[in-house]
Design a protein around this ligand. Sequence first.
Ligand SMILES: [Zn+2]
Length: 389
Amino acid sequence: MNMKLVFAFACSAFLVACKAQVPPTAPATTAPQALKPVAPPASPKNIILLIGDGMGTSQIYAGMIGNNNFLELERFKQLGFIKTYSFDNIITDSGAGATAFSIGQKTYNNAIGVAGDTLAHETVLETAAKSGRATGVVATCAVTHATPASFVAHVPHREMHEDIAWEYVHSPLQLFIGGGRKYFEQRKDGRDLMAELRMRGFYTATTEAALLEVPQQARLAALLWDDAPAKKNEGRNDILPRATQLAIDRLNTNEKGFFLMVEGSQIDWGGHANETDYIVQEMIDFDQAIGKALDFAEKNGETLVIVTADHETGGFALAGGDFKTGKVKGAFTSTKHTAVMVPVFAYGPGAEMFTGIQENIDIYKHIMNLWNLQPSRKPVRWEAIKRAN
Ligand SMILES: [Zn+2]
């Protein structure tokens, strides 16, 4: 064999090996072989992914104690766990955590829709939209915040709120409901993204009353708060379950199905603040949104509902409580995120794919496989996304 050819082959093999990204935080042992599923899973028409930010098992049980020993979550029969570590840390942030779900890559903390090399991968939401499905995002924080942003935007750092807002304008979303209006209308570049949203066919709404007036088939951009809404235990109403219902009703008018991401954003903030009641009330609120998704899925029969978390927050433990009074005695080991596995709940066609212990990136893989989807474009430099629009 020609020595030059052998050399070229060795070089390219070396380059491929270098390019393959082995997460430095990944354990050295090989993963155990998963059992083969006995029959191919059915393909759902619609997928609703609900993410409780910072929701570990203690947060869930605290919600049960605070809610008379019941959560809608108990309706699920198929459960699993995911490992949440990021590309560069055993403890993930919400950027890397949500990006694992949205692009199926372990990435570095603070990344939004980009892999460890900052290349912008098409998100599951974008691929779903390309395939003709309607897409939506609902959150109880700014829509430019890490979790919702990771499904819509591609920036190297989560603090780039104004760039993220710009990507919402150019996104394929049929609807989004959340906060963060200031990043659309009080910008350093002086642009009025509310007007730009309207130019691109969105109806904009800044109040709940206006939101209800938007025609059913229209694209909807509901930016209800300047930044984040109030805590549930400080006066926020039940907008999260209602917005979830509204989003489902609107997206369900699309014949080809839909993908909806709903985030219970502030369970995490209760953990950071080490405030037990904050966690309990946010957990119950998020659970009511889950109930809306399950009620729809039960009636519809073609909808997969997945509930999970990006990570746990606070190292929250339950030192006591009382079902009768709903009082929870919480204890915390941290004001930050922790490394523990978090639960996954699934209901509907394909739910069996989400049971057992898996990686967070498997959520993306299963959704793509169940819908038989491939990204419609190759990863590109994140800066190129802006130039392309
Ligand atoms: Zn957090």
